[in-house]
Each structure stands twice: as C-alpha cells, then as structure tokens.
Design a binder for this molecule. Structure first.
Ligand code: ADP
Ligand code: MG
Length: 364
C-alpha cells in the first residue's frame, strides 16, 4: 500500500481527537474521510500532511516512515476549504508559489505553469487576481496550486463546501477526473455523504476520532456496519423494537412488525434492536380495504409530497408515526390525503443491537 496510517492517536490535553486510526491507501485510489463536524477528519488529514504530530502511531508514505518529517519533506499537498489564495498575487504567481518554495529553476517553472494552467482550464486568466475570479475558478487555482509540484498524494479538506450545489457537482466530476488522470491518491475530507459517494473508491466513516468502517462506497451504502453509519449515509427510516419469542419478528410497539429474512440472522428473544429501512426501498400501493397483509408493512396517509427531479419524496403519516419514502416519479401517482400501503422486503432491513450508552447523534 502507498500510504499507511498505523495506529494513529492524537490527544489534545487529555481529549482524544483521533483514536487508533489504522488504514492503508493504494497508489491509485480516491478515498474519502466522511464524518460529522468535529469527528476528527481535519486532524487526521493534518497528521498525514505533517501539520500535526500524532501522539501515537506512524504515517508511512511510499515505503518511508514520515512520522517525524516536516510537511515540505513528505511530498504531499493539501487543498483547504477557504482556498487560501494570496489576494495580492496573480493566478500565475499563486500557482508558481509552491515551485518557488521548491527552488525550481525559472525555465522549469514556466513550463510547469503552462502544464497546470492547461490542466486546470485556467488559460487566459493567468494575470488576474483572485477577487477577479469566480468561485469555481478560485477553486481550480487552489487545486492547481496543490497539484503543480506533482505531489505523491493530494489531501483535500472540504474544498467544495463554499460552492453552490450545481458548481459543486461539476467540480466533483472534475476533481475525480484529475485523480484518475494523475494516478496519485486523493484523500478527500467531507461531512457531505453525497460528495463522498459520488467521488470515492472507498470511504472511511469517521466518528469521534475512530474509523467506524473503511470499505468500498457501495458497501458503506448498501451494508452499513454500524447504526451510526446507517443513520449518517443515505436516508433511512428508523424503527426501535424488541424481538418476539422466535427472534425473527421485531415488534415496534404501536409501529409495524418487522420480519427478518427466513434464512438470515435472528435476534435474541426479548432483546432490543434498531432497524433501518432506506427511503428508496419502500414501495407504495393503494391501501387495501381489509387489515394489514402481514409484517414489513404499514398503512399510511400521504401528508406531503416533495418533487426531487426524477424522484418523488413522500412524507407519510401512520397513526402519528412518520415514514419517508422516495419513489421513481412515474411509479408514484399518489396525492395528498391518499391512503397507501407501504411495504419493504425482509432483506432491506438493516438491523443493529440497541445502543443504550450513547446520546442521540445528529447527522451533519
Ligand atoms: N488544536 C486543537 N486543540 C484542541 N482541540 C482540537 C484542536 N484541533 C482539533 N481539536 C478538536 O478535535 C476534534 C476534531 O476536530 P477536527 O479534526 O477539526 O474535526 P472535523 O474536521 O471532523 O470537523 C474536535 O473536537 C476539535 O475541537
Ligand atoms: Mg474539518
């Protein structure tokens, strides 16, 4: 592996900001560190960059233990949320800055500048000052300044957080393309699950200084390893309940009965659990005249309808309980006030033992 974090911990006067983080990153990977605000993402990134020394553990880059090396001797570059461009220097001067720091000969700098200006589509803007650029252009200068020295890896700390949605989605594609073209690892910090899911090969979910899971993005989304990940990634409905005598039915009290797959794991009778069902896994149909057809179903009333392009989100009311459902637009002909039957498959339930020792956490 190209970059290895080996048992990294970081303490600030007794507070553990990073707790035994271990991960390995390949030479050609796009990795995201995804977690809520304050979970330790920036601290971990700064430790890789050398801007922060870990209390324990090692950082290995390209076979070399760099834990004791200063930032400029690690060969990695970092891009920040605030861009941090020099306001009184032109685009060309901003881009050339890292090369000057490396004491590159003037002729080589000229050539390298032509390369990065082309790569970042900044042609014609070389003599402008940052305040004469759009947000997207400033972002590309910041990105170019990170890449101009041909680093071994690029670290990005929420670089798109200040851009509006449309521009952000454009830049996601652009950043991903640069990573693929350059063939160096990008380590991308974000609290935004959509960003992490759209760009990454693998996602490390960070919570309270710990890496809760580090896996392929589809695995993080489809098979959350912890209830925190189930709440933080994707949009889900949560059901709290207790297992019945057969360990297969989860009784949620005045909510629905959830039935686990026949051939899957069972719960311990009488034990509590949290179950999650993603909004897009729930199917709606007209409510039947008679009673509920069985478990994994709820009778609801449509309370609100939200158009989201090709999807329609339904907010449903089931006897005081709220249910969120996202349906493809053409499969969703229900109007407000309509009575519907909501159903899901046993295999679409993500199940976790009840957490009782932790306060409820807000997804950022
Ligand atoms: N220099 C510091 N001194 C003390 N505490 C810090 C310092 N830097 C970060 N922290 C704390 O470490 C935790 C993680 O911070 P940070 O890495 O910035 O989180 P994130 O980037 O995920 O929002 C926070 O509780 C933060 O207050
Ligand atoms: Mg941060």
């Amino acid at each position: 592996m190209y970059i290895t974090l080996d048992g990294i911990s970081k303490e600030y006067s007794g507070f553990r900001a990073i707790d035994r983080a271990t991960m390995s990153i390949g030479r050609d990977e796009f990795i995201s560190l995804l977690g809520p605000s304050g979970s330790g993402k920036t601290t971990l990134l700064r430790i890789i960059a050398g801007l922060e020394r870990p209390t324990r553990g090692r950082v290995i880059i390209d076979g070399q233990d760099v834990t004791a090396l200063p930032p400029h001797r690690r060969g990695v570059a970092m891009v920040f949320q605030e861009f941090l461009l020099f306001p009184h220097r032109t685009v060309a001067e901003n881009l050339a800055f890292p090369l000057r720091m490396m004491k590159m000969p003037r002729a080589d700098i000229e050539e390298r500048l032509r390369w990065i200006v082309g790569l970042m589509s900044l042609n014609g803007l070389e003599d402008r000052y940052p305040n004469q650029l759009s947000g997207g252009q400033q972002q590309r200068v910041a990105l170019g300044r990170g890449l101009v020295g041909k680093p071994k890896a690029l670290l990005l700390d929420e670089p798109l957080a200040n851009l509006d949605r449309e521009l952000r989605q454009e830049m996601e594609i652009e950043i991903r393309r640069h990573q693929a073209t350059l063939g160096i690892p990008f380590i991308y910090v974000t609290h935004n699950q959509e960003e992490a899911l759209s760009m990454s090969d693998r996602i490390a979910v960070v919570r309270r200084g710990r890496i809760e899971d580090f896996a392929e993005r589809s695995a993080v989304y489809d098979r959350p390893r912890t209830s925190f990940i189930a709440q933080f990634v994707g949009r889900s409905n949560r059901f709290d309940g207790q297992f019945g005598p057969d360990g297969r039915l989860l009784d949620t009290g005045n909510g629905p009965q959830l039935a686990l797959p026949e051939d899957g794991l069972r719960g311990l009778p009488g034990h509590a659990a949290q179950a999650f069902v993603k909004v897009e896994k729930i199917r709606l149909s007209d409510a039947p005249d008679g009673p509920l057809p069985g478990p994994n179903a709820m009778l609801c009333t449509v309370r609100d309808i939200i158009l989201r392009g090709p999807q329609i989100d339904y907010l449903l009311d089931a006897g005081g309980r709220e249910l969120s459902v996202s349906s493809p637009r053409d499969a969703a002909p229900f109007a407000r006030g309509h009575r519907v039957l909501a159903r899901w498959r046993p295999e679409d339930i993500d199940l976790f033992p009840q957490e009782t020792d932790l306060p409820a956490e807000q997804a950022a």
